[in-house]
Design a protein around this ligand. Structure first.
Ligand SMILES: [Zn+2]
Length: 521
């Protein structure tokens, strides 16, 4: 052959395969191992004498998915070169139907990658085959006969499992969203060209991934280091009990592909940390924080400020949650502007500690998906300097202005001009709560309702649980001296700091909390 052909990672051929030529394409002198798999057309199947075969494929989708599988194998096993070639059309007995070749430095990764590719191709690529039998009969394997009536099945006298999906997988159809004037073909193309990194495939991440995949967002990255647990399922209803113990990132990626095979998925089974965050985020247009912990949120916040990559945050606490967009704009508020002290562990509970009803993260994940689509489509939505707070008990929503704090450490400016308050200035100690009232303070209990019921305050007080602080701040009077009280003084210290950042500069925290009153210093 005078023109050397360039072997694609995954391709279809209508003509018989020249396996020697394919092997030469993958030859690499740096490799010590070459593994090959050939799937042959055999002369029988389930007791029937087969005369020939036909293969059909959903070529456009199959080529994309096949190329993805080969790339995954290369990344996963570190092999040098790999390719898979599949026949379509009419095949004779003895023909090679599918060929996989892998070159690697060593034999072990070559074998493993080869095995991986053939298994994944069998399960993920939309290819189906029709067998022709000696008696002139024919059938789509694992499909037509499974769907046939029981009498037909009895006649063939076989039992089998239905492992392949129905053959003619329909193409994704975006007509219902494209009918919107704001979307149309142009908007759909924008979504197809977009990439979104979803950090967390749990209560928020599940609705986010479902809607973004359904909408045809071109590429979805999924970061989650956890395995599915039975206690997740009441709010993560995309998964099944049978999935428990498996890694959520790959489970979610499989669900996305089943929902919409046109969406490219990158499953990252890891926890986002300072060492990998910037690299992961760099590869996407938009980042959605669907995590349930403050360390991940603040890490993403800082990456957004450093790199200018927009991050849309959603946080849920019991029946309430909020959305905030951080764009990295120097003049717009960031998460640390709003929550200067919340990084301390244990100040705000996650779902495991605080409890949550399943639809609550469902609502906020849906809102987050909606804001993400609006952002990608260039529609008006949540601005960079505001927060949406939604209380799902009272069903009241508020759009609050998020103030850019002059002393925010994350922005890295203004620190010298406005040093952070020393903790001493925030805290004050009293022998008893009546003493505090006598000194002119209005008591504010920041514990949650359960704690307050279990241990009532020994003096008259307002009740303002941590989860309500932000929404309540505008209703408090800056002229009143508030003394915030919690069990140990830890949460009330953070609450006082937060309220001060909202303009309530005289509020203070009871040092040692209620415990401190019982145990005299
Ligand atoms: Zn800030």
């Amino acid at each position: 052959m005078s023109v050397p052909f360039r072997l694609e990672p995954f391709s279809f051929r209508a003509e018989p395969l020249d396996t020697a030529a394919l092997q030469r394409e993958l030859r690499d002198d740096s490799c010590g191992g070459f593994a090959v798999f050939e799937g042959w057309v055999r002369n029988h199947n389930e007791g029937h004498a087969v005369t020939r075969l036909e293969y059909e494929a959903f070529v456009e989708l199959a080529e994309k998915e096949g190329a993805r599988i080969v790339a995954e194998a290369q990344a996963r096993f570190g092999v040098t070169r790999a390719a898979c070639v599949h026949r379509v059309g009419s095949l004779a007995i003895g023909d090679v139907a599918v060929w996989v070749g892998v070159s690697a430095a060593h034999r072990d990764e070559a074998f493993r990658a080869c095995r991986f590719i053939i298994d994944e191709v069998k399960h993920r690529v939309p290819i189906w085959k029709k067998e022709h039998y000696v008696n002139g009969d024919s059938g789509w394997v694992n499909c037509e006969r499974c769907a046939a009536p029981a009498a037909h099945e009895h006649e063939h006298g076989h039992a089998h499992t239905h492992e392949a999906p129905a053959p003619a997988l329909p193409a994704p159809d975006y007509s219902r969203q494209m009918a919107l004037r704001e979307v149309g073909p142009g908007g759909q193309a924008r979504l197809r060209g977009a990439s979104v990194l979803v950090v967390g495939a749990g209560g928020l991440g599940v609705p986010v991934l479902q809607y973004l995949a359904g909408a045809g967002v071109g590429r979805l990255g999924i970061v989650d280091g956890d395995k599915l647990e039975p206690s997740n399922l009441h709010r993560q209803t995309w998964y099944a009990l049978a999935d428990c113990g498996r890694e959520k990132a790959s489970l979610a990626a499989a669900r996305v592909r089943a929902l919409n095979p046109e969406v490219r998925t990158d499953a990252h089974t890891l926890r986002l940390d300072a060492g990998n965050a910037e690299r992961l985020v760099a590869d996407y247009d938009l980042v959605l924080d669907c995590s349930d912990n403050f360390s991940t949120k603040f890490l993403l916040n800082d990456v957004a400020l450093r790199t200018g990559k927009p991050v849309l945050f959603a946080s849920v606490y019991q029946y309430e949650g909020q959305l905030q967009l951080v764009t990295g704009d120097e003049n717009a508020a960031c998460l640390r502007c709003v929550w200067p002290q919340a990084t301390r562990d244990g100040l705000v509970g996650n779902c495991a500690e605080a409890g949550v009803l399943g639809p609550v993260p469902g609502v906020f994940g849906s809102l987050q998906a909606l804001e993400a689509l609006k952002y990608l489509l260039g529609l008006p939505g949540l601005a960079a300097n505001e927060m949406l707070i939604f209380d799902l008990v009272t069903l009241s929503a508020q759009r609050l202005r998020a103030r850019r704090a002059a002393d925010c450490v994350a922005h890295g400016v203004g620190r010298a001009a406005a040093p952070a308050l020393a903790p001493e200035a925030l805290e004050i100690q009293f022998a008893s709560l009546p003493d505090a009232i006598a000194a002119g303070y209005t008591l504010v209990d920041v514990r949650d309702t359960r704690e307050r019921d279990a241990e009532p305050m020994p003096a008259p007080s307002l009740h303002l649980p941590m989860s309500k602080l932000l929404t309540a701040a505008p209703t408090l009077d800056a002229a009143v001296h508030y003394l915030l009280v919690c069990a140990s003084g830890k949460r009330s210290g953070a609450a006082a700091d937060l309220l001060r950042s909202q303009g309530l500069e005289t509020c203070r925290s009871l040092r040692g909390g209620l415990k401190g009153l019982k145990a005299p210093a």
